[in-house]
Design a binder for this molecule. Structure first.
Ligand code: SAM
Ligand code: SF4
Length: 448
């Protein structure tokens, strides 16, 4: 009798990696590996890594150090590194980390079962070749359709934008759009399993289909997804502001299922910095697009990403970022200190904003954002929101769900409400979430 082999996957970074990890678990499940949450019991440990900033990259090395002890106590344990750090380092990683067995790149997930088989025979392997053209279309992660209420669906991979600070085009390869028929099929299958909400995922979903003959553009894809029975809500991430097109903006007026939320990373509010970042839009362009979205979908929630301390960023540039934040009124913001990424365009600029200044700017930015987020959330108190219930919250004492505008809501209720759209009166607001009560009367809904 063969014993069950256990697989522990640790995922770093973005949702893209979370989707890839789901695919890894599904692929290795077919060759006898069962997932475990307990790394000390695992026969195979996989780190699915991120190198978009220095900090997550360094975390990969410290995590590897932690697993060295397990390797020492269990010589049959296999250790693998995939994702962006693996892509960036390739075979070098095997040399740097002598106890590592497998390195696999962002286009090589499908090779894992065979690589694991060879590693079980004692080989150490690295596979980081990019795959281009039609062959790559077969490599998209397919969700394992285990259901749930809300799921991410990858619609494109890679990126051609080459923002000067960003490593993604180098570690994820050229942009490629998945076939629309497959996307629609997958979402139909998810809907049949009870999924109510899908988030279409890509580095820049706005350019979906533009380089693929015979495929719709992103607005066209959204219209197709909106036709799928059972799907009640559609979201997407991430959008590049330069590619928010008039047909896409029109979708916010015409498609009821499209949620009133746009994640629109600005990165900076200074024209000089935006140009140096190679973002392809000015502050004014950005604000015009936000204004168009707000006009067509009143109450739409705008969130974004911002970088502080990009090379050459002056105090005046940084103040432009703060004033852009106030003009937009971001509901939420991910903010980062700039870190040099090897091989990118900006790596050629001196990293000349002092570390202390970067930290101080990040603190000021985050303080402003916390204030704005709290104000946004307080604005919902006394309104009735339609909440798609995702289940019981982490503390296990209340139900948890999201408004159409993506605000998290906790409220007391029957777990049987999971999967339903429930009207909730918002009674209290905090920085990270709203609290409310189920509306017995079923009164009208306030926008977003
Ligand atoms: N494709 C998305 C876009 O265009 O906005 C974002 C992708 S990136 C994985 C996520 C975020 O990481 C970026 O929006 C940016 O704010 C941040 N980021 C990327 N490179 C960075 C760097 N070198 N230093 C600091 N933050 C960085
Ligand atoms: Fe990176 Fe820019 Fe592509 Fe986003 S659009 S992944 S920030 S290069």
């Amino acid at each position: 009798m063969t014993s069950v082999k256990l697989l522990y996957v640790e995922t770093f970074g973005c949702q893209m990696n979370v989707s890839d990890s789901e695919k890894i678990v599904a692929l290795l499940g077919k060759v006898g590996y069962h997932p475990t949450q307990d790394s000390s019991r695992a026969d195979l440990i996989i780190l699915n890594t991120c190198s978009v900033r220095d900090k997550p990259e360094q975390k990969v090395y410290s995590t590897l150090g932690k697993f060295k002890r397990l390797k020492n106590s269990n010589r049959r344990l296999l250790l693998a590194v995939g994702g962006c750090v693996a892509q960036q380092e390739g075979e070098r990683l095997l040399k740097k980390v002598p106890y590592l067995d497998i390195v696999f790149g962002t286009h090589n997930l499908h090779l894992l079962p065979e690589m694991v088989r060879q590693a079980e025979d004692g080989k150490r392997l690295a596979e980081v070749g990019f795959i281009d053209g039609e062959a790559r279309l077969d490599l998209f992660p397919v969700e394992d359709s285990t259901g749930g209420v809300s799921r991410f669906v990858t619609i494109m991979q890679g990126c051609d934008n080459f923002c000067s600070y960003c490593i993604v085009p180098y570690v994820r390869g050229r942009e490629i759009s998945r076939r629309s028929a497959e996307i629609v099929q997958e979402i139909g299958d998810l809907a049949a399993k009870g999924v109510k909400e899908v988030t279409l995922l890509g580095q820049n979903v706005n350019s979906y289909g533009l380089k693929s003959a015979g495929e719709p553009d992103f607005a066209g894809l959204l219209r197709q997804v909106a036709e799928i029975p059972g799907i009640e809500r559609i979201r997407f991430t991430t959008s590049h502001p330069k590619d928010i097109s008039p047909p896409l903006i029109a979708c916010f007026a015409e498609l009821e299922k499209l949620c009133g939320h746009a994640h629109l990373p600005a990165q900076s509010g200074s024209d000089a910095v935006l140009a140096k970042m190679n973002r392809g839009y000015s502050r004014k362009d950005y604000l015009n697009k936000v204004a168009a979205l707000k006009a067509i979908r009143p109450g739409i929630q705008i969130t974004g990403d911002m970088i502080v301390g990009f090379p050459g960023e002056s105090e005046a540039d940084f103040r432009d970022t703060l004033s852009l934040m106030e003009e937009v009124g971001f509901a939420d913001l991910f903010s980062f200190k700039y870190s040099v990424r090897p091989g990118t365009g900006a790596a050629g600029y001196p990293d000349d904003v002092d570390g202390g200044v970067k930290q101080e700017r990040l603190n000021r930015l985050q303080e402003l954002q916390l204030k704005m987020t709290l104000e946004t959330n307080k604005g919902f108190v006394g309104t009735v929101q339609e909440v798609l219930v995702e289940g019981v919250n982490r503390r296990g004492d209340q139900l948890f769900g999201r408004t159409c505008g993506n605000r998290a809501v906790n409220f007391a209720g029957d777990p049987a409400l999971t999967g339903s759209s429930t009207k909730v009166m918002i009674t209290r607001a905090f920085r990270n979430s709203l609290f409310g009560e189920v509306c017995e009367s079923g009164g009208g809904i306030d926008v977003s």
